[in-house]
Design a protein around this ligand. Structure first.
Ligand code: NAD
Ligand code: 89Y
Length: 343
């Protein structure tokens, strides 16, 4: 099977994980990189032995010689870069959040659809192995029919030192982190009809909200609570664990801190250690996220080869991004917002 050659744009904080992930991915390798910052371009190029280096995405596409592009820049550049890739007919991965606005997100999905180009959003949290273990347990029927759930991410980890831009945006935790938790809620409990949200800023040194609570009415009749905080000081810092509570007609599931999965059913309580593998290049506490990077990248290559739509395609991700928009609108207006207003 031919190796898929990739180009990566944006050699910043998170892209290093993606570059490591690509080294592990079966059937793909990165042949060119691009960053408008020459120092970052050099650092990543030297670390990963990539000689084809560009400071301009236009020049990268004009030269070509790759089968897909992995866009790892921050959100403002996502739309122009995805549209550029679509113009060149290059299958595209774009980091989350897909775009700053729903209008941009829809335009990106439309541009790729019109060009017949696959688009996957790098929405990796649902690829975390503890989350997949929880999904498998729910799907096994062990806890019966699910009627309630909670997806929770509460931490006081200093994310601002590695990603200083997180402290400066008008929008923070829902757009940056809540987006993952909202996607997990969709993954586990299905699509959402309406959202009721409340937000707060606790840390006065940042601009956006660092605490958010969303209540989701899922179309299947499940109610879920998605809560996230970067202002929660716990005795043992759980970053970056997403915790779950799921109640079903026959039992309950809990994914608790320390990667412990509890499945309680009529047959008793089973407790499993679902801590992710520590990949050779990974470093705790990030190993949970790092493993999911490898898994989603492998999924992309498998889908490209099979001509299948990726699970977190642009089309699918519009439904997650609509939850972000609905949450901000709900918090601003103090009322429940139908998700359809955005789709
Ligand atoms: P960063 O600022 O550290 O890196 C972004 C890089 O992109 C910078 O080096 C910048 O020079 C470059 N860049 C920006 N626009 C460009 C353009 N038009 N052409 C070429 N280069 C350009 O940001 P980061 O923290 O690495 O975040 C990047 C993205 O990854 C964000 O969207 C963020 O939300 C996302 N992220 C995802 C996860 C996850 O788990 N999925 C985790 C962290 C960050
Ligand atoms: O940017 C965020 C993400 O996507 O995962 C964790 C993070 O790095 C900080 O909130």
């Amino acid at each position: 099977m031919a190796i898929q050659k990739g180009a990566l744009i944006g050699c910043g904080f998170f892209a290093v994980n993606q570059m490591h992930g690509w080294r592990d991915t079966e059937g793909a390798r990165i042949v060119a990189i691009c960053d408008r910052d020459p120092a970052r371009l050099r650092a990543v190029g030297d670390e990963f032995g990539i000689t084809r280096r560009y400071t301009s995405a236009e020049d990268l596409f004009a030269d070509g010689g790759f089968d897909f592009v992995d866009i790892a820049t921050t959100v403002r550049s996502h739309r122009p870069l995805v549209e550029l890739a679509a113009r060149y007919g290059i299958p595209t991965i774009c980091q989350k959040p897909i775009a700053p606005t729903m209008e941009d997100a829809k335009a990106m999905v439309a541009a790729c659809a019109e060009a017949g180009v696959p688009l996957m959003v790098h929405e990796n949290f649902r690829w975390q192995s503890p989350i997949r273990a929880a999904k498998a347990a729910i799907d096994s029927g062990a806890i019966g029919e699910v009627f309630w759930g909670r997806v929770s991410f509460r931490s006081a980890y200093d994310v601002y030192s590695g990603q200083p831009y997180l402290a400066t945006g008008k929008r923070f935790i829902i757009e940056d982190l809540g987006i993952h938790a909202l996607d997990i809620a969709r993954y586990l409990f299905g699509d959402v009809a309406s959202v009721t949200a409340r937000t707060r800023r606790v840390n006065s040194r940042i601009v956006g909200e660092d605490v958010a609570t969303m209540m989701l009415d899922h179309r299947r009749g499940i109610t879920s609570v998605v809560d996230c905080s970067y202002a929660t000081r716990l005795p043992v810092e759980p970053f970056p664990e997403t915790l779950l509570e799921v109640d079903g007609s026959k039992g309950t599931l809990r994914l608790s801190q320390g990667y412990r999965l509890h499945v309680h059913s009529r047959d008793g309580t089973e407790v499993t250690d679902v801590e992710p593998r520590l990949l050779p290049w990974a470093s705790p506490p990030w190993h949970n996220i790092q493993e999911s990077v490898s898994l989603i990248q492998q999924h992309w290559v498998d889908c490209l080869r099979a001509g299948r739509e990726p699970d977190t395609s642009g089309r699918d991700n519009l439904k997650t991004f609509a939850l972000v928009e609905a949450s901000y609108r709900s918090a601003a207006k103090g009322k429940t917002v139908p998700v359809e207003e955005f789709l």
